[in-house]
Design a protein around this ligand. Structure first.
Ligand code: ADP
Length: 397
């Protein structure tokens, strides 16, 4: 076993994903997940090489039980974690405010800060804190490192990072645009440069990370100059359960006139909006099935999703002036040719021409989907946040 093996943990509200990675080579030694934590039945699995072990069914009460299950699965697969020469555990961390953004050793202070910032990332910070707490307890002898989603956007130019609100209030409360999914945007933009065989520093890029959460970024020479998420991961594109950009006046109206509490509005925006709020399903595959079955609400929600995406692409094309590469990534971006086509159709006058055949190909892996003659190269690049997190860990320990 090499000495750069990192266990990466991505702890969600009802799931825990984990991957064992050799950071240098990028080899994924093992990966698995525990889903439906806290529900009546659970799904737990681990793949080690070609071997897959599963333990589905029994309820898994909390994140501690989930991580214990994961470790049991490693044992069952004959891959004892303790004997694997782990050098670090890397944790995906979303919001660390102004204090924490670089990859940082997990300490009590860091955990307390992330806890304090939970109102700014209610879907992400609480489970991440749980994951870190439990993992530190179960693997006390290895350094634990938090890798923040905000790091890539920490140096956004001031006009992109600053909200046009009273500057004293903004300063007092550290209100700025932080941006999220940064690990993915950075990784994908670097891979795009490798793919087109040009130096990262020479490229203007747009990255579209379209998963359950979704965000766009504009990147010049490897540095982010704008991104669609803001103080919290609510701003920007339409997402699985989040609305993206809305008029802040809606909040006051719901509070004063509709009588909703702040907590109810928070829940509405974080869990019951976006595709789910519009069409009743947050999974894009389910949405497509409903569209095929003639569901008008599903079709409208798809159209709203694409409309917002096009607005951001247009804004970033204007910001960049010249765009060398546009890259789609994450679940929807990697797998859904319709979204890619509808996001970029009719833009040949702006130098963007898709190759329909390449776009429709079920290929996996990094690939070009623009026409050979298209001035802007359009790519699909699978994101690999786990690998990026594993590599970031090694810069700290
Ligand atoms: P996250 O990491 O934010 O949970 P993912 O990047 O895994 O999100 O993306 C999840 C989304 O990708 C879901 O909406 C899912 O339906 C969609 N997705 C995954 N595979 C496909 C596919 N083959 N076709 C269309 N959408 C897909």
């Amino acid at each position: 076993m090499t000495t750069d093996t990192v266990l990466v943990i991505n702890s969600g509200s009802s799931s825990l994903k984990y991957e064992l990675i050799q950071a240098g080579s990028g080899l994924s030694v093992a990966e698995g997940s525990v889903e439906r934590i806290g529900e009546d039945t659970s799904l737990a699995g681990l793949r080690v090489g070609e071997q897959e072990v599963r333990r589905d069914g029994a309820p898994i009460a909390d994140h501690e039980a989930a991580l214990r299950t994961a470790f049991d699965l490693f044992d069952e697969a004959g891959a004892n974690l303790g004997a694997m020469g782990l050098v670090a555990v890397g944790h995906r961390a979303v919001h660390g405010g102004q204090t924490f953004y670089e990859p940082t050793l997990v300490t009590d202070e860091l955990i307390a800060k992330m806890d304090e910032l939970a109102p700014l990332a209610p879907l992400h910070n609480p489970p991440a804190v749980l994951g870190m707490d439990v993992a530190r307890k179960l693997l006390p002898d290895v350094p634990h490192v938090a890798v923040f989603d905000t790091a890539f956007f920490h140096d956004l130019p001031a006009p992109a990072a600053t909200y046009a609100i009273d500057r004293d209030v903004a300063q007092q409360w550290s209100i700025r645009r932080y941006g999220f999914h940064g690990t993915s945007h950075q990784y994908v933009s670097e891979q795009a440069a490798v793919f087109v065989e040009r130096p990262l520093t020479s490229l203007n890029q747009i990255v579209l990370h379209l998963g359950n959460g979704a965000s766009a970024s504009a990147i010049v020479g490897g540095r982010a100059v704008d991104t669609s998420m803001g103080l919290t991961p609510l701003e920007g594109l339409v997402m699985g359960t989040r609305p993206g950009d809305i008029d802040p006046g809606i909040t006051f109206y719901l509070a004063r006139t509709a009588g909703l509490t702040i907590d109810e509005i928070d829940e509405l925006y974080n869990r019951r909006s976006g595709i789910y709020g519009l069409a009743g399903a947050n999974d894009f595959r389910e949405l497509l099935k409903r569209i095929d079955a003639g569901d008008d609400a599903a079709k409208l929600s798809y159209d709203i999703y694409v409309h917002r995406l096009r607005k951001y692409i247009g804004a970033y094309l204007a910001l960049l002036g010249t765009t060398d590469v546009i890259t789609f990534t994450a679940g929807v971006g990697e797998n859904n040719p319709d979204v890619r086509r509808d996001a970029l159709s009719g833009l040949s006058a702006l130098g963007i021409e898709l190759d329909e055949h390449l776009n429709d190909s079920p290929a996996r892996g990094p690939r070009r989907i623009s026409a050979a003659t298209s001035p802007t190269t359009v790519l699909v690049i699978p994101t690999n946040e786990e690998l990026a997190i594993a590599r970031a860990c090694l810069t700290v320990i």
